[in-house]
Write a protein that binds this ligand. Structure first.
Ligand code: ADP
Ligand code: MG
Length: 280
């Protein structure tokens, strides 16, 4: 049972419908994330990264396939359970740290708010807020209003808020998108500290390939599917991922280099499988 991944997506499909137009944002995505893993997701704009996070965070319903998080089935659970899931089982950090913050309240009041709304005691709320603000490096600033804080400090406060109700899963959508590179580095390190200290599973979406240095594993998304994977377990070598039907995607750069259009020949050799372009 312990071997079951904390997040399991199989053949996950999400179709956005706007008026009469359908956009297939996730096209049969497969992903497994272990409990306590710090995962990075990269991909170009429009590849489906935010859609995936929104599905995992219960903000958006998947259209088809399988999406399980900590045993919750995001496809079949009732609207009410999904609501509870969103409030208690997941914390969100957005590109604009300010999105989850009340500007005229202090950092401490901001962190206390979600706990008070969840009906936690004043004693618990106050103790946990101080502890979390310490964990994100804001002890000295906790009685300052959010309005007067730098972008990096606001993002730290946003991380503390996301963790307030002890969710096992923390999702961050381009959390460093509006920060300079030095501040971004500190935020990446903070996610690592948080993952180590609280044992939460952390998924960070980024279009910054630098993120590879700061996470356990990076998966690359292309056209709504996981296309590549790299991490310590791959010896730092980029792997191409087969989908659940065994389809292999060749990166565009490789296709161009070898003049591969729509077909290849495959030969088995002693060393492996040889893929050759076909003259078309
Ligand atoms: P990313 O975060 O990687 O940039 P998104 O998940 O935001 O990608 O978008 C994936 C695709 O789905 C894009 O083609 C985008 O235009 C479309 N899309 C995303 N959200 C919506 C929405 N709410 N309504 C309609 N189309 C959407
Ligand atoms: Mg996005």
């Amino acid at each position: 049972m312990n071997d079951a991944p904390f997040v399991l997506c199989e053949n996950l499909v999400k179709i956005h419908k706007v008026a009469n137009i359908e956009v297939v944002a996730l096209q049969g995505l497969d992903l497994r994330v272990q409990r306590g893993e710090l995962l990075g997701i990269v991909g170009s704009s429009g590849s489906g990264k935010s859609t995936l996070l929104n599905v995992l965070g219960g903000l958006d319903r998947p259209s088809a396939g399988k999406a399980l998080v900590g045993g919750h089935n995001l496809l079949t659970m009732s609207a009410r359970s999904l609501n509870d899931y969103r409030r208690g089982a997941v914390g969100f950090v957005w590109q604009q740290g300010g999105r989850n913050l009340v500007p005229y309240l202090t950092a401490r009041q901001n962190v206390e708010l979600p706990m008070l709304l969840a009906g936690r005691s004043l004693w618990h709320t106050s103790k946990r807020a101080v502890e979390l603000l310490d964990a994100v490096g804001l002890s000295k600033r906790m009685n300052h209003t959010i309005r007067g804080m730098s972008g990096g400090e606001q993002q730290r406060a946003a991380i503390a808020i996301a963790l307030a109700n002890e969710p096992p899963l923390l999702l961050a959508d381009e959390p460093t998108g509006e920060l300079d590179s030095a501040t971004a580095l500190m935020i990446y390190q903070l996610f690592r500290d948080i993952q180590t200290r609280y044992g939460v599973t952390v998924i960070i979406v980024s279009h910054d390939r630098e993120i590879a240095r700061h996470v356990d594993r990076v998966v690359g998304i292309q056209d709504g599917k996981v296309a590549t994977e790299i991490g310590l377990h791959t010896g730092g070598v980029m792997r191409t991922v087969l989908d659940s039907a065994g389809r292999l995607q060749l990166p565009k750069a490789v296709r161009q280099q070898y003049g591969i259009a729509s077909q290849v020949t495959i030969e088995t050799t002693d060393e492996g499988i040889l893929v050759k372009p076909v003259e078309e």
